[in-house]
Design a protein around this ligand. Structure first.
Ligand code: SAH
Ligand code: SF4
Ligand code: F3S
Length: 480
């Protein structure tokens, strides 16, 4: 794949020259802003966009009133799209005042034809649009955009192309990183648009993954998250066959790496071998995100999820038995076509039995082109009623679960200094003593803990006593 990357490096050189020239003409640096919507996959892609923009000579900013703004979009639910359209309107206001400004959109939204039509019709001020399969061509597309006098440059590939990973990446955190181990999805859950916008499932070569991890560790990374829509089916399309559990065993051996996470596990492909590897591992974090979607067998079938309520419960019980300190989190959809109050009771039954540590509850959103969109929809009032029931149940179990470690000492990876700006009252009271700041750390089980410490401890693993549980996070103290 090297020739694909080489070509992009040539364009990065051209961009650098061009941006330097423009900055000189303007008498100031050119600024760029990357805005990310959606999942971890997009977050990782945004690090690639940022890497290229920085190499090209832009000064990165969080302010959307910049010379170049790119929205890396998500289309999983309609409200994700609406948010983007709303904000594009605001960008147009900035652009009218800054004729230099270029606006770009990429990610999952533009993979939908109707989105392209809408952009052309109502948002003609957007300069560049590309999709998920050609993200690696960003440098070239950006250069071309600047070569054009006016008009929207649109390049969307309907099919997945090469996997090109050797381009500049700028990590958001110096000490942790996501790594793509696979792309796309073959599951075609009937509500979901991901297989249509991210293409077929492709796994990366394990050697490349391991090399990337080794490089990251040399660069100071202690925690990695292996990313894929369904990591449990990793390796299925690779020659020589390697399972996800085997990949984890290899990753575990990387010296200097302290923590391993992964997202997302599909319940239908979760193997006993994976549970064993997790149990034996010293590095794999005590957290598993295992999306349930529904507890009703009838609805699970209509969703094409490939498991039953009983099978799911069996897996969850086994996990809790084998790895007692594991945190299990989930995703739930309320209002899937044909869902009755009885179906929702089945979902609630699973929530009570599994006792999730956290759960994301979503209202079903019809996505054009997916089978469920043309099924009979549930009346809105019913959906809202059921949603509130599920949410209440989830919050109750999560509070009890998260709080079960009160008083214990656990290891936290310090992620950032908490500036306290929008911190809850309880946090403000925890006034740090002189010379100290409030730090935010993450436990192996993914729970957040806030505690006093020094700013230079960000990125390190520290033993923390979990003094008080406040719903979904702890207040704590460093152990001497
Ligand atoms: N690959 C992951 C999920 C990625 S999408 C998996 O299979 O677990 C993240 C979550 O969004 C899903 O788990 C689902 O709960 C939710 N979701 C996906 N499509 C949706 C839709 N059309 N309406 C509402 N929620 C949806
Ligand atoms: Fe969507 Fe299902 Fe694939 Fe997850 S497994 S991305 S929910 S189709
Ligand atoms: Fe959204 Fe695309 Fe991820 S639709 S959830 S950003 S794969």
């Amino acid at each position: 794949m090297e020739e694909f990357a080489e070509r992009q490096y040539e364009y990065i050189d051209k961009l650098r020259e061009m941006i330097a020239q423009r900055s000189a003409d303007l008498g100031r640096a050119m600024t760029a802003c990357v805005v990310t919507f959606g999942c971890q996959m997009n977050a990782r892609d945004s690090e690639k966009l940022t890497g290229i923009l920085r190499e090209a000579g832009f000064v990165m900013t969080e302010d959307e009133n910049a010379d170049f703004v790119i929205y890396n979009t998500c289309t999983i639910r309609d409200n994700a799209n609406q948010k983007v359209y709303g904000r594009l309107g605001v960008l147009n206001g900035y652009k009218k005042k800054n004729p230099q400004m270029k606006i770009a959109m990429c990610g999952c939204m533009p993979q939908e034809e109707k989105v392209i039509a809408k952009l052309k019709e109502s948002y003609p001020f957007v300069d560049l649009v590309f999709g998920t399969h050609n993200l690696y061509r960003f440098a070239e597309l950006l250069y071309e955009t600047y070569q054009r006098p006016k008009g929207m440059l649109v390049e969307i590939w309907q099919k997945e192309g090469e996997i090109v990973e050797e381009l500049p990446v700028e990590r958001k955190y110096s000490f942790k990183s996501g790594i793509n181990i696979m792309f796309g999805c073959n599951n075609f859950c009937t509500y979901c648009i991901v297989p249509y916008v991210r293409g077929r499932e492709r796994s990366r070569d394990p050697r490349e993954i391991l090399q990337e991890i080794e490089r990251l560790v040399q660069d100071g990374v202690v925690e990695i998250m292996l990313l894929g829509q369904n990591v449990n089916s990793y390796g299925k399309n690779l020659e020589g066959g390697i399972s996800f559990a085997e990949l984890l065993r290899e990753v575990e051996k990387v010296e200097g790496l302290k923590r391993i996470r992964f997202m997302t596990s599909h319940p239908k492909d979760l193997s006993d071998e994976l549970i064993r590897v997790m149990k034996e591992s010293k590095k794999i974090c005590r957290h598993l995100h295992l999306p349930l979607q529904s507890g009703s067998n009838r609805i699970l079938k209509a969703m094409n999820r490939g498991y039953t309520k009983e099978r799911y419960l069996e897996v969850a019980e086994k996990l809790r038995r084998e790895i007692p300190d594991i945190a299990i989190t989930t995703d739930i959809i309320v209002g899937f076509p044909g869902e009755t109050p009885e179906d929702v009771q089945e979902t609630i039954d699973v929530i009570r039995k599994v006792q999730y540590d956290n759960a994301f509850t979503f209202i079903y959103s019809p996505r054009t082109g997916t089978p469920a969109a043309s099924m009979e929809q549930v009346p809105e009032e019913q959906v809202h009623r059921e949603f509130d029931l599920v949410l209440k149940c989830v919050q109750d179990t999560a509070r009890a679960q998260v709080g079960r470690y009160e008083g214990q000492v656990m290891e936290a990876l310090v992620e950032e200094v908490n500036d306290g700006g929008n911190a809850p009252e309880a946090l403000k009271e925890l006034s740090a003593s002189e010379g100290e700041v409030l730090l935010t750390g993450r436990l192996s089980n993914n729970t957040i803990v806030h505690f006093p410490g020094r700013a230079d401890q960000v990125g390190s693993l520290i033993m923390v006593r979990l003094k008080e549980c406040h719903g979904f996070y702890y207040l704590g103290n460093q152990e001497e």
